[in-house]
Design a protein around this ligand. Structure first.
Ligand code: 2P0
Length: 332
């Protein structure tokens, strides 16, 4: 057996940006391969990111995770399964210490698993001395967390659901570079702390019990096509319409789940209306909401200060975060 970097104790560091889906992933085709039931289209952000260091250490009996300064033993199995996709084919058995920090709230509907697993894969690739293709990175990241497949890339990104039984065609690819259409995002934080129902169990419950789930899946091909055309044409109004429609369909399917999944609070709804009023007044902005109560307002750069001023005044808004579109996951 050859001596791998891992058995020598390789170290790797990487940063990956969070991403928000404009056309959303909700539901799985295969829970083991973690392939999505539907494709998705997202934007990767530059100022919300995860920094990760991984150290392969032959003295460790099992992998370890420290996230935001705290040991997270409950999350180690997911990390180990993802790292095993890189270790096992190469005969590497060395365990790793993963130290990760999000510069934004964790587990609150701000896509921390997306940036987290994308950064993990890039850092592990460096530590193990591998040279993966972008597609291979995306496939490995997907098996950590579906949305992480998209955070491998910057700008506008499309994730393909795929049909292959081994998941080999279920990966993301760049659609349009960040600087080709430099939209911005204002995030209205309406609650802090981690959500009660994670996306993973939420989407599984929706698939089995929401009467609207089949309609959600059936509509996705058309929404993806509309969004692709809007992005290629930089057609803000068309992207706004399809993104809000797609978001509300996802939440309708989630709310009709048994027991129900209501990710919104009162301030979420107020922000949604505020964004719609702004657009009716001619301001280029639309909302999207993920599996949490935060509202992401996507706007043209010239509209950002107006969007910030309006959302800051919505009762229940605790904080505003802003971001431009950013790069893909990279070693640091
Ligand atoms: C998305 N979300 O497309 C959708 C919209 C949340 C709502 O992808 O089970 O954390 O790890 O594959 O990626 C969140 O789901 O789920 C998500 P897993 P993930 O951004």
């Amino acid at each position: 057996m050859t001596t791998s970097n891992a058995t020598r104790g390789g170290v790797g560091n990487a940063r990956a940006g969070a991403n928000f889906a404009l056309i959303k992933y909700w539901g799985k085709a295969d829970a083991v391969l973690n392939t999505p039931a539907v494709g998705s289209i997202s934007i990767t952000l530059d100022t919300l990111y995860t920094d990760t260091e991984i150290v392969f250490d032959a003295t460790l009996a099992r992998d370890e995770l420290v996230l935001n300064g705290k040991r997270r033993d409950e999350d180690v199995d997911k990390i180990s399964a993802c790292l095993d996709l890189l270790r096992k084919p190469r005969g590497v058995t060395t365990r790793a210490r993963v130290t990760s920090r999000n510069n934004f709230p964790t587990g609150a509907g701000l896509a921390s698993s997306a940036s987290g697993f994308a950064a993990l894969v890039r850092a592990a690739e460096v530590a193990l001395g591998l040279n993966l293709t972008p597609r291979e990175r995306s496939i490995v990241a997907r098996q950590g967390s579906g949305s992480a497949a998209r955070s491998i890339f910057g700008g506008f990104v499309e994730m393909y659901a795929g049909t292959a039984s081994d998941g080999s065609d279920s990966f993301a690819e760049p659609l349009l570079a960040a600087d080709a259409w430099p939209l911005e995002v204002v995030i209205a934080v309406t609650a802090k702390g981690e959500k009660e129902i994670g996306s993973r169990s939420g989407m599984t419950r929706s698939a089995t019990s929401s009467p609207y789930y089949p309609a959600w899946v059936a509509g996705q091909t058309a929404d993806l096509a509309t969004a692709r055309v809007a992005i290629a044409a930089r057609d803000f109004a068309a992207l706004a319409d399809v993104a809000e429609h797609n978001c509300l369909k996802m939440h309708a399917a989630a709310m009709a789940t048994q027991p129900p999944l209501v990710y919104w609070n009162g301030a979420t709804v107020e922000c949604l209306h505020a964004v719609r009023r702004l657009r009716a007044d001619g301001v280029p902005v639309f909302f999207t909401i993920d599996a949490g109560p935060q509202v992401k307002a996507v706007c043209e750069p010239g509209a950002r200060s107006r969007v910030e001023a309006v959302l800051r005044d919505v009762p229940g808004v605790l904080d505003l975060l802003t971001s431009r579109l950013g790069p893909g996951a990279e070693p640091t």
